[in-house]
Design a protein around this ligand. Structure first.
Ligand code: GRF
Length: 189
């Protein structure tokens, strides 16, 4: 199974996923795609010897560029890891039940429009929530509303700031995302 990772930024999750599957004989991270040509994830991919391509939001929406790349690399499963733009319906239709995303909160809370990156942690801290966590879910046509596959929780202390909470959430993401992806591909695909 060839897997593509879509990421827009730092790419720490992408790196953990790539490392997790290196040496796996059944599942291969075959391509990293980003809508930001300066994203650090591209440098990480280069260092880890994974091919990467960049594209614009308009390429994704209006052309077959991304789909052609996915075909070229025989991609059968897509992982979103900090990918900041909406996946077009055309791609969702092409990969039914084969696209997963990670959200840095306990959906259905703190999901939807505007709830990405640090905005999520700011909102959780501002609401004085006592717990947050991660949600790994399938991607469908609506923001953050696909079927939930896995959640993990962490405590939010009164002393937590959006930054300290982000660090806790990243730890959970790194610990669980690679193994949940492996389970989904192995058991359900
Ligand atoms: C993660 O917190 C993920 O949940 C969110 O974007 C962040 C990406 O982090 N969607 P990184 O680029 O993998 O370091």
């Amino acid at each position: 199974m060839n897997v593509a990772i879509f990421a827009s930024g730092n790419g720490s999750n992408a790196q953990k996923i790539i490392e997790h599957f290196s040496g796996n004989t059944h599942i291969k991270i075959a391509l990293v795609l980003s809508n930001k040509k300066d994203a650090f994830v591209i440098q990480r991919a280069k260092k880890l010897n994974i091919p990467s391509v960049t594209f614009t939001a308009a390429d994704l929406r209006n052309t077959k560029f991304v789909q052609d790349k996915l075909e070229e690399y025989k991609i059968g499963f897509i992982v979103l890891a900090g990918f900041m733009i909406m996946v077009p319906d055309s791609l969702i239709t092409k990969y039914p039940g084969r696209i997963v995303n990670i959200h840095p909160a306990l959906l259905p809370k703190y999901g939807g429009k505007g709830m990405y990156g640090d905005n999520v942690h700011k909102a959780v801290v501002a609401a004085k929530e006592r717990e947050s966590g991660i949600t790994i879910h399938y991607v469908n046509e609506s923001y953050d509303e696909g079927k939930i596959i896995f959640q993990a929780r962490c405590e939010v202390k009164e002393s937590d700031t959006p930054e300290t909470l982000a660090a806790k959430i990243h730890e959970l993401e790194h610990r669980f995302y690679p193994e949940v992806i492996e389970r989904v591909i192995t058991e359900e695909i």
